[in-house]
Write a protein that binds this ligand. Sequence first.
Ligand SMILES: Cc1cc2nc3c(=O)[nH]c(=O)nc-3n(C[C@H](O)[C@H](O)[C@H](O)COP(=O)(O)O)c2cc1C
Length: 166
Amino acid sequence: MDAYQTIISKRDLRQYTEDPISDDVLGRVLQAARMAGSAKNVEPNRLILISDQNVQDAVALAGDFTSWIGSSTLIIGIAAQEDDLRLFDTGRTAQNLMLAAHGEGLATCPVTLHHQDVARDAIGFPADWVMPMAVTMGWPDPEAPRSPLSRQRVSLDELVIRNRWS
Ligand SMILES: Cc1cc2nc3c(=O)[nH]c(=O)nc-3n(C[C@H](O)[C@H](O)[C@H](O)COP(=O)(O)O)c2cc1C
């Protein structure tokens, strides 16, 4: 798959097989996340790899739409010190990670962690840190049903505005 195909064919998937993710594959995915740029080159993000079932189950309680994430092979929390948090940077890190994972054949889904007190208790990160987003990961379950949210993207005509709003 070339880079363009990798980008445009990426879909979010929430069901994974039990197959483990090798250190080699995970290393390439993490390296891709590491290379994401950040505002003023601060590099605020830290990646928390959550494979322990008890920790996964505790993190699942930190989001409003995350009840399913405890069945992931791996959850990667994206944490930053609250003062340095830029969600654009979080998104760049997440997208690098997810596209590299997709290139390796892995499936991923970004999830929102709405309740920072719960996330903090689950992980034990310091009081001035937050972990607003996580990415779930695993080898795609071939039997996975289509997401109920699945639909066509908006058309290019609707997406693109040239020069001035009209
Ligand atoms: C910022 C953001 C937050 C998301 N949060 C959740 C979430 O909390 N739980 C969840 O199951 N999916 C979550 N998603 C996944 C979206 O539902 C998914 O991106 C959307 O349905 C498009 O999926 P597709 O690429 O497979 O078409 C989130 C996606 C984004 C971009």
